[in-house]
Design a protein around this ligand. Structure first.
Ligand SMILES: Nc1ncnc2c1ncn2[C@@H]1O[C@H](COP(=O)(O)OP(=O)(O)OP(=O)(O)O)[C@@H](O)[C@H]1O
Ligand SMILES: [Mg+2]
Length: 282
């Protein structure tokens, strides 16, 4: 019995069928990579899994431990043991590292946040991960790579049995990548199932038990990592044979086109007007 099963997921946006009947399974302690070209549907599939796109906005079925699940939001998927590290950084920069880690789940006593307990737990968590980060500093004061590692600490604070990582290394330095993979090896030993999205096939082949390729919202292949190789995976991603004359390109970001800071999106009454948008035309 797989730990997780996603069956025949269909998700549409206006004018786009982002997911067209995708199925995926994940076993306990499995490292399952999800690859595909830009726009293939990887992030959308994981947003369906984590309740970002709630029940009713897609069709298909999600089973965890063989039981059908109906997530109305991220809190529901968290309760089912699913943690996700999004492609887009989601820490609140104005809050401290500790506040971010326990956001919405702050330890409290008599209805009041127990700050010393919060920072004690956050410090312990960061220490266990060998991350030399002070939980009392503002998240925004950290470099992007460190923020990404805090996101990982946050996911782990939930004691998840399923961890989704969407392009976690895009902003990491080489040594931060090593730290991350050390953490992931430990999680595998503890039986955590992981879905790992990356355009970097070296990383994919480093730990994967299986690799699933998405193309145009469809599953084109799921292979045991030991039974496939980079060339086969690239061919499946692009839908044709690719000779070595085509260099493997990794996804890199160009100059900033749009940047939004401090935007509060959860509140309709716009309590926080301190947001700003910077736009630079290409
Ligand atoms: N919120 C949205 N509204 C409309 N269309 C969307 C939305 N999110 C994704 N899409 C579309 O759905 C398709 C799948 O996008 P998705 O972000 O899942 O791809 P991806 O595989 O994660 O790509 P990348 O490797 O670039 O992160 C694309 O055609 C994309 O343009
Ligand atoms: Mg994506």
């Amino acid at each position: 019995m797989p730990l997780l099963e996603m069956r025949n997921i269909v998700k549409e946006f206006p004018g786009v069928r982002a997911l067209d009947g995708v199925s995926l399974t994940l076993d306990t302690g499995e490292f399952h990579s999800l690859v595909g070209e830009n726009g293939a549907g990887k992030s959308t599939l994981m947003k369906v899994l984590s309740g970002v796109y709630p029940e009713g906005t897609f069709t298909g079925e999600i089973l965890v431990d063989d039981a059908s699940r109906h997530f109305r939001g991220i809190r529901d998927s968290e309760k089912a043991g699913i943690a996700i590290i999004f492609q887009e950084l989601s820490l609140v920069k104005e809050l401290t590292v500790g506040e971010n880690i326990f956001l919405g789940r702050e330890p409290s006593r008599f209805g009041v946040v127990n700050w010393s307990e919060l920072y004690h737990r956050a410090a312990k968590l960061l220490q266990n991960l060998n991350l030399p980060i002070d939980p009392r500093v503002k998240a925004g004061s950290l470099g992007i790579g460190q923020q990404q590692l805090v996101e990982i600490a946050k996911a782990l604070s939930q004691d998840a049995k399923i961890l989704v990582l969407d392009e976690p290394t895009a902003a990491l330095t080489e040594s931060e990548v090593e730290t991350l993979f050390g953490i992931l090896e430990n999680l595998r030993k503890r039986g955590v199932g992981m879905i790992y999205i990356s355009h970097k096939l070296d990383e994919v082949f480093r730990m994967s038990d299986r690799v699933t390729v998405l193309r145009d919202g469809k599953t084109v292949a799921t292979h045991a990592a030991s039974a496939t190789n980079k060339n086969d995976i690239i061919a499946a991603m692009v839908g044709r044979e690719v000779g070595d004359i085509f260099p493997v390109t990794t996804h890199t970001h160009g100059a900033m086109a749009l940047s939004v800071t401090g935007l509060t999106a959860y509140s309709a009454d716009i309590a926080d007007k301190s947001w700003s948008i910077a736009y630079r035309s290409p």
